[in-house]
Design a protein around this ligand. Structure first.
Ligand code: 3HC
Length: 304
């Protein structure tokens, strides 16, 4: 099934961090659709585009793609200026939101997207753990009943499309239906992920979905192991790398994901389930208090 058959001819990506940039790249290179990329920080967008250039150049040098493919992919990515904001994306067929893991921020974005964007466009979120149902509800304007046909139509456009970091490398996308998502939106979102070269799994809309409901307790347990002095950080990571063939140890992976992101996900899991197995470790909380966010700002469990 082609993307055009699903009426996804152009997409918007909100957020030019490591996830948004990766999503823009696979959409332009693999699904071959024009991408409008927006971030409230112009510096972040410039940094994101420079990274896209670097990855495309590497793929050309390794003979994986031709230089014409790299050029075409780059030319498909367009920056939306700060003045235009969300309005600059109004004619897209799908928006993928990839901003930081904050419910109020996502709620504000989805309210604006529903108001500003083509009313038939899919509104996808790359959230790692937040309820897609709650995000979908925030798309419905205050003066429209969520139970009315209009309210159901608006919220029915919202879907979870969870990519993994680094997006160009990781083969999975997790697809999550909100209570309100329509089957058509779910199918079209799935076919878009497939066109990006990804394998798709589905999860119910539970805190953390399948991926982070399993990954975060593992990472947290590793942090508590360090906190209790059971082993050094190097030994914890090496045990998992060499003993279980994980590409990265859990502490290195936490740094890679971002300690602030790990904490935000763990808080959502803990608040959403009230299950003590999801309670974030104090050491993780303190590291985020210290603004040691991992690889992204140079200091986490390791120095970068
Ligand atoms: N962006 C794009 N590509 C990247 C990258 C990045 N940030 N980091 C590494 N790569 C690419 C490299 O360029 C290289 O590509 P190549 O094969 O074309 O040369 C390839 O990945 C392998 O890189 P390296 O040889 O430098 O290093 P490694 O062999 O150690 O691989 C890794 C790096 C792919 C990141 C590997 O360590 C890995 O798979 N780690 C686990 C990643 C993981 O678990 N991700 C999921 C995180 S959870 C998540 O995203 C969900 C969220 O909700 C929290």
């Amino acid at each position: 099934m082609s993307i055009v058959a699903h009426n996804i001819r152009k997409i918007g990506v909100m957020g030019a961090g490591q996830m948004g940039t990766g999503i823009a790249l696979v959409s332009a290179l693999r699904a071959k659709v024009p991408v409008l990329l927006y971030d409230r920080s112009p510096e972040q967008t410039t940094k994101g585009l420079a990274f896209v250039d670097k990855l495309l150049e590497k793929d050309v040098n390794k003979g994986r793609i031709q230089s014409i493919d790299a050029k075409e992919a780059k030319d498909r990515i367009h920056i939306v200026g700060h003045e235009e904001g969300i309005k600059g994306m109004r004619d897209v067929d799908m928006v993928i939101e990839a901003v930081s893991e904050s419910l109020p921020l996502k709620q504000a974005i989805f309210a604006s997207l529903a108001a500003e964007i083509n009313p038939n466009a899919i509104l996808a979120t790359n959230t790692s753990s937040i309820s897609i149902t709650k995000i979908a509800a925030s798309a419905v304007p205050k003066d429209v009943s969520a139970a009315s046909e209009e309210g159901k139509k608006i919220a029915g456009r919202v879907v979870g499309l969870h990519f993994f970091n680094p997006v160009p490398v990781m083969k999975l996308v997790e697809l999550i239906s909100a209570l309100q998502t329509t089957p058509d939106v779910l199918n079209r979102a799935r076919s878009f992920a497939v066109a990006c070269g990804k394998e798709v799994t589905t999860s119910k809309d539970v805190p953390g979905f399948v991926s982070n409901a399993l990954l975060m307790p593992f990472i947290n347990e590793a942090i508590m192991c360090l906190e209790k002095g059971i082993a050094t950080k190097e030994d914890i990571d090496t045990t998992l790398k060499l003993g279980m063939n994980h590409p990265m140890g859990p502490l290195q992976l936490a740094d890679f994901i971002g300690l602030d992101t790990c904490l935000a996900i763990q808080q959502t899991l803990y608040e959403g389930t009230r299950d003590s197995k999801y309670r974030p470790s104090i050491l993780l909380e303190r590291m985020v208090d210290a603004q040691w966010y991992g690889k992204k700002n140079g200091k986490g469990f390791y120095e970068y």
